[in-house]
Design a protein around this ligand. Structure first.
Ligand SMILES: Cc1cc2nc3c(=O)[nH]c(=O)nc-3n(C[C@H](O)[C@H](O)[C@H](O)COP(=O)(O)OP(=O)(O)OC[C@H]3O[C@@H](n4cnc5c(N)ncnc54)[C@H](O)[C@@H]3O)c2cc1C
Ligand code: FES
Length: 289
């Protein structure tokens, strides 16, 4: 059982939950994720460890409510609990130890980019974060990223920062020169666009892939992706890969595999069946991290 210790609404559909998970908080590294199961009968879903506080024994998950499982999770309140959290899973981010990096985050991907930017900053790398949202209220983690370096905010409607896509700002920084590596996390079309943009500049580009995962241990094959013509499992070989080698068409196609079932689950959720098997701590036995 993992107790929810804090809850913050970051944007209209993105929520941060801090949860007790002391062993994960101690050993997690940037780029790693957990697989969460809210309660008995609930789906197992992967979520990036957006932050951790080893002293308090907590990890932060930043969740975009897109379907049944994520809506169930963001409905939790402080004092509720999650049944299982497995992790940390996946390879830590490949970090450079000097030079200049661009960290590009779109939507909830900005929360995933944050631990990467933090790790780079700790190593002495100059970090330029380029983050986007459709309008001001959708921009997240700006303050946290400003503590680590320059931040360029882009909004689709120009209501905050500069108007336009994160790729426009990324192009300008690349043209100014001196960029050693680019990290991009967000929707598949965004990561594909960033990889296409950096290719002619010859700048190494790491993307964090989000295929459907089930076990997270390399056993089921659900998270299969194609990297440079080779099959890889994102849960054990990734989730970060060289963006110039990713078959984004296959990734997008496979993400739609269960759309019909997801829509049915979402519809049932809207009809009132969310929060299956919610794990509530027994007041007589305090939740263990
Ligand atoms: C390594 C990794 C890290 C991730 N980190 C985050 C994060 O930090 N924050 C966040 O909000 N989201 C993250 N995701 C995506 C998140 O796991 C999905 O949004 C979630 O599983 C959707 O479940 P649902 O039932 O709410 O939505 P559904 O309606 O079931 O699905 C909505 C869409 O989410 C994707 N999806 C569905 N089930 C899964 C699954 N088991 N595994 C992966 N994707 C799935 C599919 O593209 C689907 O079309 C991550 C995904 C991966 C692979
Ligand atoms: S989630 Fe099963 S192999 Fe990766």
């Amino acid at each position: 059982m993992h107790l929810v210790t804090a809850k913050v609404q970051l944007s209209p559909n993105v929520t941060r939950l801090d949860l007790e998970a002391s062993r994960i908080a101690e050993i997690r590294q940037p780029g790693q994720f957990v697989i969460v199961r809210l309660g008995n009968g609930a789906e197992r879903i992967p979520l990036t460890i957006a932050d951790a506080d080893p002293a308090r024994g907590t990890i932060a998950l930043v969740i975009q409510a897109v379907g049944k499982s994520t809506r169930d999770l963001v409905a939790l309140e402080v004092g509720d609990s999650i049944l299982d959290i497995s992790g940390p899973l996946g390879h830590p981010t490949e970090m450079i130890s000097s030079g200049r990096a661009i960290c590009v985050g779109g939507g909830v991907g900005t929360a995933v980019v944050h631990p990467i930017a933090h790790g780079l900053h700790q190593r002495g790398v100059e970090v330029i974060s380029i983050i986007g949202g459709r309008s001001r209220e959708w921009v997240i983690f700006e303050e946290e990223l400003r503590r680590l370096g320059q931040v360029i905010v882009c909004t689709d409607d120009g209501s905050y920062g500069r108007q336009g896509f994160v790729t426009d700002a990324t192009r300008e920084v690349l043209e100014a020169g001196g960029v050693d590596i680019v990290y991009a996390v967000g929707p598949v079309p965004m990561m594909r666009a960033v990889a296409n943009l950096t290719r002619p500049f010859g700048v190494r580009t790491i993307v964090s892939l989000n295929p459907v995962m089930v076990d997270g241990t390399g056993m089921c094959g659900g998270c299969r992706v194609d990297i440079g013509g080779q099959t890889k499992f994102a849960c054990v070989d990734g989730p970060e890969f060289d963006g110039h080698l990713v078959d984004f068409d296959l990734l997008a196609e496979r993400l739609g595999t269960y759309r019909e079932f997801e829509q049915q689950a979402s519809a049932a959720c809207e009809a009132g069946s969310c929060r299956v098997g919610l794990a509530r701590p027994d007041p007589s036995s305090p939740a263990k991290p």
